[in-house]
Design a protein around this ligand. Structure first.
Ligand code: NAD
Length: 298
């Protein structure tokens, strides 16, 4: 099956990046968001990406304009999917919203359409039934930012047809991702299954006063050759997410240490506007964080 027309559902942080990446690789893209403000935010992001790719990433004016010209925007679901070969869904990370979206999509989309979800914390079987076509449904998970962290984790659920799995792997490659086939449902895919325990281990050392964050990052970077340690990465992830993960896992496992950590992250970072890279300060100060200084590893 040849993929030509791709619909992106949800024009937020990730949906707008995925739309850009897909259009930049020559596909026709329709961006759908249920809210006019959501769609307007996606359009705004695309104008910023055009500027970024032209001024800092070596793309000509014609190339970025070509990308923009391949994207259309709508808040009408039936219109958005009427000729879609593939849908990449990035609606909010909430099970009820996902289920409701797929129930509506199942009615509106033509039979040929393959559905892919970009959910980070849920697995496809949690809403495969609602899609009405479980055999044509699977996950294609992106990392942020899509173009630099260009892994495309392709994960099937027990009912996914293997031919669809192969089509999505080829599609991921065609849009500049390195496809990562995942044959069995795994919460957190590969990346977050590795990353979250790693980031938690770094925080355990820091919040129990074993060592400061620079020493922890330095150790990791020298010993493994990595470009960043846990605290450089936590600043990229953003303190809001770091806080939410500590709070949610603390509540889930009734772990007071994690709940205390969430409280400290809130009062010592978030309440002071230190949100990570996005606000100019987190564990490090930006735009030139200490861990990127050539002398840091000495
Ligand atoms: P976001 O809140 O930035 O964007 C969600 C968008 O969906 C909004 O524009 C909203 O208006 C729209 N929306 C809400 N309900 C909708 C509906 N019923 N139909 C269509 N659009 C609807 O969220 P995000 O950070 O882009 O995350 C979206 C998905 O991408 C989540 O499943 C998340 O797990 C996944 N994801 C996020 C990241 C990340 O770094 N933010 C990384 C990988 C995957």
């Amino acid at each position: 099956m040849k993929i030509t027309n791709v619909t992106i559902a949800g024009a937020g942080v990730l949906g707008s990046q995925v739309a850009w990446q897909v259009a930049q690789h020559g596909f026709n893209v329709t961006v759908y968001d249920v809210f006019a403000e959501g769609l307007a935010g996606g359009k705004r992001n695309h104008r910023q990406f055009a500027e970024l790719f032209h001024s800092r990433r070596g793309f000509s004016q014609e190339e970025v304009e070509g990308t923009l010209s391949r994207i259309i925007y709508t808040t009408d679901l039936a219109d958005a999917v009427k000729d879609a070969d593939l849908i990449s869904e990035s609606v909010p990370e909430n099970l009820d919203i996902k289920k409701k979206f797929y129930l509506e999509l199942a009615k509106a989309a033509p039979e040929k359409t393959i559905f892919t979800t970009n959910s980070s914390t849920m697995v496809p079987s949690m809403y495969a039934l609602e899609t009405g076509r479980p055999e044509k449904f699977l996950a294609l998970h992106f990392a942020n930012p899509v173009w630099d962290a260009n892994v495309g984790e392709v994960m099937m659920h027990p009912g996914t047809d293997s031919s669809c799995f192969e089509i999505v792997i080829d599609f991921a490659r065609a849009i500049g991702m390195v496809p990562i086939p995942i044959h069995k449902e795994q919460s957190g895919y590969i990346l977050n299954s590795l990353l979250i325990p790693f980031l938690t281990a770094g925080q355990n050392l820091f919040f129990s006063d074993v060592a400061d964050c620079e020493s922890i990052d330095k150790t990791w970077m020298i010993a493994t050759g990595a470009k960043a340690g846990p605290f450089g990465i936590l600043d990229i992830v953003g303190m809001e997410t770091v806080y939410n993960i500590a709070l949610m896992s603390g509540k889930k496992s009734n772990n007071q240490q994690l709940l205390d950590r969430a409280h400290r992250i809130k009062t010592e970072w978030i309440d002071k506007g230190k949100m990570g890279v996005s606000s100019g300060e987190g564990f490090y100060e930006y735009p030139n964080p200490k861990y990127q200084d050539p002398d840091f590893l000495k």
